[in-house]
Ligand binder design. Structure first.
Ligand code: GLN
Length: 247
C-alpha cells in the first residue's frame, strides 16, 4: 500500500447498475473514517487494469453491458492475475464475470475469468427483491442485507465457499446459498449497495490491505440495516409475533 489506498473501480460505465458505484464510496468512507487517505482509480473498458491498486470493485450490469465488460476483461491478459491477487468485490454481473462461465441472454455459455470455481447459468425467471443471508466463516460480519435483480444463477464448485447461507431471497438459485468467496475475491448477487448496507464487509476488504481497523459505527447505516432487516428477515417477524402477538 502506497501513501494512499487506491480503490480501483473497474469499468464504471458498464458495471454500475442499481447504484453499485456506492460500493466504492462506502470503501472510501470507511477508510477515511479511520484516518486513511484514499483515491479512486476509474478504469475504462479500453484501458488495462492497473497492477498497483489496493482494492478492486466490479458492479452489476445489464446483459449487453456485461458481455462488453467480459470482452474487455478477456482481452486484458493481466486481468485475471491482478484481480486474483488483490482484495476484490464483484457484484452480480461482476460475480458472473469472475466465474468460470456464465450463460448470456441467448442461452449461450460465455467464458468468465475463472477466478471463482463457479458456473453461472440462468434462473427460470428473474429474481427480484430483498435478500437476507447469514455470512459463512466471516468473523465480525453480521447478517447480510441487500436486494437482487438478476436472471443469473451460480453453482459453486468445491474451491469456492458461499458468502452466505440464504435466509430469504433467491441468491445463487440453489435455495441455500448466496454469493461466493475464494481467496481474496468476495462475490455476491446483492445490491444495496452491498457495502453500504453491510459496512463490516467493506471493513473486511479494507483490512486485508490496511491491517486491523479501529471500531467505527455509523448510526445512519445501523438504522438502515434495522429497517431493511425488519422488513425482510422472517426471523424478526417471528420474534415480533412471539412478543406482541399477531398484528
Ligand atoms: N445481467 C445479469 C443477470 O441478469 C446481471 C444483472 C445485474 O448485474 N443486476 O443475471
Amino acid at each position: 500500500m502506497a501513501d494512499s489506498l487506491a480503490i480501483v473501480h473497474v469499468y464504471p460505465e458498464l458495471l454500475g447498475t442499481y447504484g453499485d458505484r456506492g460500493n466504492v464510496l462506502a470503501l472510501c468512507h470507511r477508510a477515511e473514517a479511520r484516518g486513511l487517505s484514499v483515491r479512486v482509480v476509474e478504469v475504462g473498458p479500453d484501458q488495462p487494469l492497473p497492477r498497483d491498486g489496493d482494492v478492486y470493485v466490479l458492479g452489476g450490469g445489464e446483459d449487453s453491458a456485461q458481455l462488453a465488460a467480459g470482452h474487455s476483461l478477456m482481452q486484458d491478459e493481466r486481468a485475471a492475475d491482478i484481480l486474483g491477487s488483490h482484495p476484490c468485490l464483484a457484484v452480480c454481473a461482476g460475480f458472473q464475470l469472475l466465474s468460470r462461465s456464465f450463460t448470456d441472454a441467448d442461452d449461450v455459455a460465455q467464458p468468465g475469468l475463472g477466478l471463482l470455481d463457479v458456473t453461472c447459468g440462468r434462473l427460470d425467471s428473474r429474481a427480484v427483491g430483498e435478500v437476507v443471508a447469514d455470512p459463512v466463516g466471516l468473523d465480525a460480519v453480521p447478517t447480510l442485507t441487500g436486494y437482487e435483480n438478476h436472471r443469473g444463477s451460480a453453482w459453486l464448485g468445491p474451491l469456492a465457499a458461499p458468502l452466505g447461507h440464504l435466509v430469504t431471497g433467491v441468491g445463487n438459485g440453489d435455495q441455500r446459498t448466496e454469493g461466493a468467496v475464494q481467496g481474496n475475491v468476495v462475490a455476491t448477487y446483492l445490491h444495496g449497495p452491498v457495502l453500504v448496507r453491510n459496512p463490516r464487509l467493506a471493513d473486511l476488504l479494507l483490512s486485508r490491505v490496511a491491517g486491523p481497523l479501529p471500531e467505527y459505527d455509523d448510526e445512519g447505516v445501523e438504522q438502515l440495516r434495522t429497517e431493511r432487516l425488519d422488513v425482510a428477515d422472517p426471523r424478526r417477524h417471528r420474534a415480533r409475533r412471539a412478543l406482541f402477538g399477531r398484528r
